[in-house]
Design a protein around this ligand. Structure first.
Ligand SMILES: *Cc1c(COP(=O)(O)O)cnc(C)c1O
Length: 379
């Protein structure tokens, strides 16, 4: 075929260009303000995040991992979680979901995924509850809500904290039975961690994150911990960290939040095109339980011969990526972590492949689907 134009998996300069002038203005505004931390941009970002989740509090922090660390350390400081307690967590996730548990002496209990969400199987999670369970961490992986309202309520009534790793699902909405009131990811549980890593759906131009919660005690503890453990100037009540967000990133994020619904609409349109146009016997398309609320952080297909498909797509000029080839429990740093056999997690890790989904216009989505189908002819 005639040398087709290469479609990269992700080009962040394209993402930035969509709001280029506004981002440049935001940077100029911060530079001129003379205020680079704890300023108006951060305050506005926090207010918008809290409001968007129907939560009372949001604390901007340095990154998504720190958001998770601050939540777990915060609950420990408040005496609501204790080192040695178990935390139920999906085995099929990015390692950042697990690291804070290890750091604070909590015991990760790795649970097999629901293949429709690629993340926590809630029925399995309910079976994993023991008297030592202190919390459950759900991960809305790839922008697909992972939530079961009735099991969440049941666990909550047992005093188990429900925490959301919402790094990949800002703007996603859980639908389905048993939900009352607000159902946006990040506002479903006791607390949620957000990441604004540049590749995330709402990406900073650097590192940033946030904690969202309706709990005033946790919000206050997280804010304190993130600023050296000081509750007021030069007065330190706990041994904290420096996990602050800066004004520049907050200003960029305020611009990005303005563009979020357009971005989600574009991702959804591309995903729908893939779902209707890709016809390939070796490709299993994603099939989330409720498609409407998904924000498609990644569009993840499964295929038994992944190396073969990657090679053929590369020949067709389509860039791909893998999220994630090695699950946390097979990482060298977690080799000593006890866990039940996790055959489904390992099978998914061997089969998943992400197609381009960011900055994919309707025409580009059709073209990618056409090239994916065309790989059938290359053998
Ligand atoms: C990106 C990510 C994190 C960590 O966020 P950073 O901002 O990179 O620290 C945590 N959990 C999940 C599921 C993520 O995708």
């Amino acid at each position: 075929m005639s040398n087709p134009e290469r479609i990269p998996f992700l080009d962040l300069s394209e993402t930035a260009a969509r709001q280029g002038a506004l981002l440049e203005e935001a940077a100029a505004r911060v530079i001129r303000s003379g205020r680079y931390l704890h300023g108006e941009e951060t305050r506005r970002l926090e207010e918008r995040l809290a409001r968007s989740c129907a939560a009372d509090y949001a604390v901007g922090v340095s990154n998504g991992l720190d958001a998770l660390r601050l939540i777990f350390r915060g609950y420990i400081e408040l005496g609501r979680l204790h080192p040695g307690q178990e935390v139920i967590v999906p085995a099929s996730t990015y390692i950042a979901s697990i690291l804070p548990l290890i750091e604070f002496g909590l015991k990760p209990v790795l649970v097999e995924p629901d293949p429709r969400t690629f993340s926590l199987d809630w029925a399995n999670a309910a079976k994993a509850v023991t008297p030592q369970t202190g919390a459950l961490l759900t991960v809305h992986l790839y922008g697909i809500p992972s939530w079961d309202a009735s099991i969440a309520r049941e666990l909550h009534e047992k005093g188990i904290l429900i925490i959301e790793d919402n790094a990949q699902a800002i703007g996603a909405v859980q639908s389905g039975p048993g939900l009352k009131g607000f159902s946006g990811c990040g506002g479903l549980g006791d607390a949620a961690a957000f990441s604004f890593y540049p590749t995330k759906n709402v990406g900073a131009l650097g590192d940033a994150g946030a904690v969202v919660t309706y709990d005033p005690e946790l919000a206050s503890m997280v804010r304190t911990l993130a600023n050296y453990g000081s509750d007021r100037r030069y007065h330190n009540i706990v041994c904290g960290y420096n996990c602050r967000i800066d004004e520049l990133q907050s200003a960029f994020l305020n611009v990005k939040l303005d563009g979020m619904s357009d971005d989600i609409a574009m991702r959804r349109a591309a995903a729908e095109t893939y779902l209707s146009e890709i016809r390939h016997p070796d490709i299993l398309l994603p099939d989330p339980p409720e498609r409407d609320g998904v924000v498609w952080h990644q569009f993840v297909i499964r295929t038994p011969d992944r190396p073969g498909l990657i090679r053929k797509l590369d020949e067709e000029g389509v860039g791909t990526d893998i999220h994630y080839a090695t699950p946390p429990h097979l990482q060298p740093c977690l080799a000593d972590l006890p866990h039940a056999p996790l055959p489904l997690t390992e099978k998914l890790a061997d089969e998943v492949l992400s197609l381009p989904i960011a900055n994919v216009t309707p025409e580009k989505a059709l073209e990618i689907a056409r090239r994916v189908n065309h790989t059938l002819l290359l053998s």
